[in-house]
Design a protein around this ligand. Structure first.
Ligand code: NAP
Length: 504
């Protein structure tokens, strides 16, 4: 029997090389840390923007907000960037940051266990074992594709793939294609497929709200101005930021104020579709904003095209070559595209992270749903930090803002440990409970909870464990500095409650 190779030791281990992991790596390096590693299961940086390469993939958050504040990009081609530009941006930032030598690609984390004796994490991966003092999880909230559980789907003989795992080797030209789902991914891919396929069936379970995209290409002059006029891009970004933040009360306090946007969405239907029956089918029956509000100019015209059918009868089963709906209709297809979203409230990685008492995160969260303190730390999971953790998602603006806030908080936590000589930091249960009670109290009033829809924001108990119910500015303020009074910090021998001894 061969002996297992010894674990490689690092101070900090970051999981994931998307916006979150990359931001953490850059900021750790800025703080003078070099003893860290970024483990990434894919072959490159980019995370969700590396994986989602389906035709039409683009950002539905304005480009000006879709970059790090410390690496603004004057070169976006339009007000909503296409996926290849975002991926190229992330690659460029990674390359220029000088951190890439710390990244280990094609390496999947299999298990991470807290070793209470060593006071370190043991992280087993497809490429060997690591021992780390702290683990930063930046594995993404929309990174695990969810395949639909439909009778017979595994017997389908044609080509089947998820939008996040697009098979570019398949030529869809002239084929009979079905798309299941009408969320953010589907409404981008449907217009592109409509242009090339012989026939497209779009299977809609719930009609989404879709407002016009209002996209605009940036001219050469404008891009030059953004690059060279001092302060211009910052000003532009601030304007877009404030416009987005102004929409928060419509989601969290007074859904009634989104009435004009809802009118715009209804006008978008009338503009794109002439057939009254089809108009009726695509008209949502839940409050505007309850599910993610989608933006598109070409989705409705695509549905109205002669080679497209919008199917609203529930899917009964999939056969070797067709989809059969509950009314008994069978539609033959060559290719099945599932645009059915992601695991969001039961993140698969939580089954592989085991804390202080031998319980996995998934087990700890089984009854409560995902809960963390400030979306970042979890009782019983010492020295573990989440980026894009529970209740940090947004319905209105850019996740990059939230990522930067969380990374600032984690840096300050690590600084506190360093300067105070602490080995272990663990958030208190009471602080976590108080934080989440207030957060969920706030959540009750939001359109996401009260708007009469089911969405990926809610877990199996109907609890919203994914979104942040306030402004991004508020989140940033709360995470601006580490708050040791919510934690127990300990040196190797004796645990010290932070209230007794805070040197940072
Ligand atoms: P999604 O919003 O979760 O949409 C999934 C769709 O599949 C929904 O229409 C859902 O119907 C349907 N569906 C799920 N299971 C089904 C089943 N068994 N049978 C029939 N229909 C089923 O997923 P997504 O479109 O991939 O988007 C997820 C999130 O990713 C977005 O909300 C957004 O935050 C992000 N995203 C962003 C962009 C962008 O920036 N441009 C693009 C894509 C995605 P129901 O509505 O009835 O559940």
């Amino acid at each position: 029997m061969t002996e297992a190779a010894p674990a490689q030791r690092v101070d900090h281990l970051i999981i994931g090389a998307g916006f979150a992991g990359l931001c953490a790596a850059i900021k750790l390096q800025e703080d003078g840390e070099r003893d860290f590693v970024v483990l990434e299961r894919g072959p490159d940086v980019g995370g969700t923007w590396r994986d989602n390469t389906y035709p039409g993939a683009a950002c539905d958050v304005p480009s000006q907000l879709y970059s790090f504040s410390f690496a603004r990009n004057p070169d976006w081609s339009s007000s909503y960037s296409p996926q290849p530009e975002i991926q190229a941006y992330i690659q460029r930032v990674a390359r220029r940051s000088g951190t890439l030598d710390r990244f280990v690609f094609d390496t999947t984390v299999e298990d991470a266990d807290w070793d209470d004796t060593a006071q370190r994490w043991t992280v087993r991966t497809s490429g060997g074992t690591w021992s780390a003092r702290t683990v930063i999880v930046g594995a993404g909230g929309l990174s695990e594709p969810r395949l639909p559980e439909i009778d017979g789907i595994d017997t389908f003989q044609g080509t089947l793939f998820h939008t996040a795992q697009w098979d570019h080797s398949v030529d869809l030209t002239g084929k009979r294609v079905a798309v299941i789902g009408t969320g953010a991914s589907a409404i981008q891919v449907v217009p592109e497929l409509q242009k090339i396929v012989a026939h497209l069936d779009v299977y809609q379970r719930t009609a989404p709200w879709v407002i016009p995209r209002n996209d605009r290409t940036y001219g050469d002059l404008e891009r030059r101005a953004l690059r060279y006029v001092p302060g211009l891009q910052r000003l532009y970004r601030t304007g877009v930021y404030l416009a987005k933040e102004a929409t928060v009360p419509a989601f969290t306090l007074w859904p009634g104020i989104s009435a004009p946007a809802q009118k715009q969405a209804l006008a978008n239907i009338r503009k794109g579709i002439k057939d009254p029956a089809l108009r009726e089918k695509v008209t949502p029956h839940f409050a505007f904003g309850c599910k993610r509000v989608l933006i598109s100019n070409d989705y409705y015209p695509a549905l109205a095209a002669d080679n497209v059918d919008l199917v609203t009868d529930p899917i009964a089963k999939v056969t070797g070559s067709s989809i059969v709906t509950a009314d008994g209709t069978e539609r033959e297809i060559d290719v099945l595209v599932v645009a059915t979203g992601f695991y969001t409230t039961e993140l698969p990685i939580t089954e592989h992270i085991t804390g202080r008492h031998g319980q996995t995160l998934a087990e700890q969260w089984r009854d409560s749903g995902m809960t963390a303190y400030k979306g970042t730390t979890v009782p019983n999971f010492p020295n573990l930090f989440f980026i894009v953790g529970p209740n940090t998602g947004l319905g209105h603006s850019s996740m990059v803002l939230m990522i930067e806030s969380q990374v600032a908080y984690i840096r300050d936590a690590l600084r506190t440990m360093r300067t105070g000589g602490y080995d272990v930091v663990e958030v208190d249960q009471a602080a976590t409970d108080r934080y989440n009670a207030a957060l969920q109290g706030r959540m009750r009033r939001t359109v996401w909870s009260a708007g009469g829809c089911d969405s990926w924001y809610l877990d199996a108990h109907g609890k919203n464990t994914t979104l942040w119910p306030r402004s991004t500015w508020d989140f940033r303020r709360r995470l601006a500095s580490f708050d040791p009074e919510a934690y127990t910090l300990s040196r190797a021998a004796r645990p010290v409650h932070a209230r007794e001894d805070v040197t940072a």
